[in-house]
Design a protein around this ligand. Structure first.
Ligand code: UN1
Length: 478
């Protein structure tokens, strides 16, 4: 049995904090995975003061030199990848393969944004005034706060921090309480890469305390959040009330439409991967599938077979394809959502309304009404609602009839249907014959409707827009 990892705050360049809280390994509840400090107002104040003091000289550091530090952090993450991935499994529960992939994504993110140290950050325009040139330049916001969820505990902090840092901002990160160690590893890599003290800070603690204090503080010029819609909308009000910039990526209820002309096995593979990988704990996961009559039986047979391959187990054991659910409260929600669906007349082709500790087998529920809770409410687990639709138009309408709009997918061999679907579906990300979860790191990501503030996109070149503003400079040359 391994001894617990020890998480720390990173404040003003110092790794600090007394281990006050235990986080148990969701796969082995008798093991303490992480000991972490619990920050409060004093830690937030110290982090903001440090960030504000460090920001100007960081912004004045040549961008290629800022980039070099991010590239060095990428290299350190790579050297430490095995340890980071194992700690991630112990605190979050996903499989080692998933965790290793996630660390790889964080490395790629730092490589991508590190290389932007060499990229153009403005434009040159002709002017209508004689002897004058107009240029634009992107300026950092100043101090920015990041609030991140437990489900991608290193990739999401990385894809918010890297564009913030390369743009010359100083950062205070409040990671999810359930996953303090992954953020600690990120802080250590940046610290050890030579990032000046105060430029990147990590404060652990409760959302109501640390998150609120960051949202309310006038020295924080922008806040980027990924998490639940309820919390995100509250943060948005706070930030809007003081005129600060806010970016929210929130819930989803992502649907896939499976059409008669699709290959049933391939469609089942796409849907199963989207629904059950990462234990269904991705805001991009597939949680509802709409099926036309001609493919229904063959598709469901294939899907049920695939679901039975996702037996939950310890993510550190070789061969485990699906890890446990992250916490008691989440697993209780899963069990009651499935029980309610059964009580309302749904049939379970796979899974049951019960869990063994935090192990919860994937659920495939048929005979789910289009407006039933299982087909409309975000549950955030390996639970798939199958809804029958008569044809393409009904399926598209059903997918769009949701307050959420994060990802959506279609399984079809028809170019006409896939083109029409990508044009008309109400979602920020659309996948054709590919699982709804699983993103490239260099292209824009974000939702619409209640899934997102839908102001600025994350990832890729678009990501730096949120962390900067555009200055316009007129220069007379005579
Ligand atoms: C993915 O599907 O690869 O929290 C990433 C989430 C999303 C990221 C999904 N913001 O699940």
């Amino acid at each position: 049995m391994s001894s617990p990892a020890v998480a720390q705050h990173l404040i003003a360049g110092e790794l600090v904090g007394e281990a006050a809280k235990e986080r148990r390994n969701p796969a082995r509840l008798d093991q303490v995975a992480v000991l972490s400090p619990e920050g409060g107002k004093a830690e937030v104040e110290a982090a903001i003061v440090a960030a504000a003091a460090a920001q100007r000289s960081w912004a004045d550091t040549p961008a290629p030199a800022r980039g070099a530090i991010l590239l060095r952090a990428a290299q350190l993450l790579r050297e430490r990848s095995d340890e980071i991935a194992e700690d991630l499994v112990r605190e979050e529960g996903k499989t080692l393969a998933e965790a290793t992939g996630e660390v790889g994504r964080a490395i790629g993110v730092f490589q991508f944004f590190g290389s932007l140290g060499w990229a153009s950050t403005g434009s040159i325009y002709p002017s209508s005034f004689p002897g004058t040139t107009v240029t634009t330049r992107r300026e950092p916001l100043g101090v920015v706060a990041l609030i991140t969820p437990w489900n991608f505990p290193i990739a999401i902090p990385a894809w918010k921090a890297a564009p913030a840092l390369i743009s010359g901002n100083a950062v205070v990160l409040k990671p999810a309480e359930l996953t303090p160690m992954s953020a600690t590893h990120l802080g250590r890599a940046l610290h050890d890469a030579g990032l000046p003290a105060g430029v990147f800070n990590v404060v652990h603690g409760r959302g109501r305390v640390v998150g609120d204090a960051l949202a309310r503080d006038r020295r924080v010029a922008g806040l980027s959040f990924t998490g639940s819609t309820a919390v995100g909308l509250q943060l948005q009000q706070t930030l809007n009330s003081r005129g600060a910039r806010v970016q929210l990526e929130m819930g989803g209820k992502n649907g896939v439409l499976v059409l008669d002309d699709a290959d049933p096995r391939k469609a089942a593979q796409v849907v199963a991967a989207g629904a059950f990988s990462l234990t269904g704990q991705a805001c991009t996961a597939t949680s509802r599938v709409y099926v036309t009559p001609g493919i229904r039986q063959a598709f469901l047979e294939e899907l049920t077979t695939l679901a039975s391959g996702y037996t939950p187990g310890d993510g550190l054991d070789a061969g485990t394809k699906m890890g446990p659910v992250v916490s008691d409260s989440q697993v209780e929600r899963h069990v009651s959502a499935v029980q309610d669906a059964v009580d309302a007349g749904s049939r379970l082709l796979h899974g049951e309304p019960r869990a063994d500790g935090l192990y919860f087998a994937p659920v495939v529920a048929t005979e789910v009404a289009h407006d039933a809770p299982l087909a409309t409410e975000e549950i955030f687990g390996p639970i798939l609602a199958v809804v029958d639709v008569p044809d393409y138009e009904a399926g598209l309408a059903a997918i769009n009839d949701s307050p959420y709009g994060l990802t959506a997918g279609i399984c079809t061999d028809s170019l006409a249907y896939s083109t029409d679907f990508t044009n008309r579906v109400e979602a920020g990300v659309v996948k054709v014959n590919r699982p709804t979860s699983g993103l490239d790191l260099h292209v824009p990501f974000g939702g619409i409707k209640d899934s997102s503030s839908n102001t600025f996109r994350e990832q890729g070149h678009s990501a730096t827009d949120f962390y900067t503003w555009e200055k316009t400079i007129y220069t007379g040359t005579d």
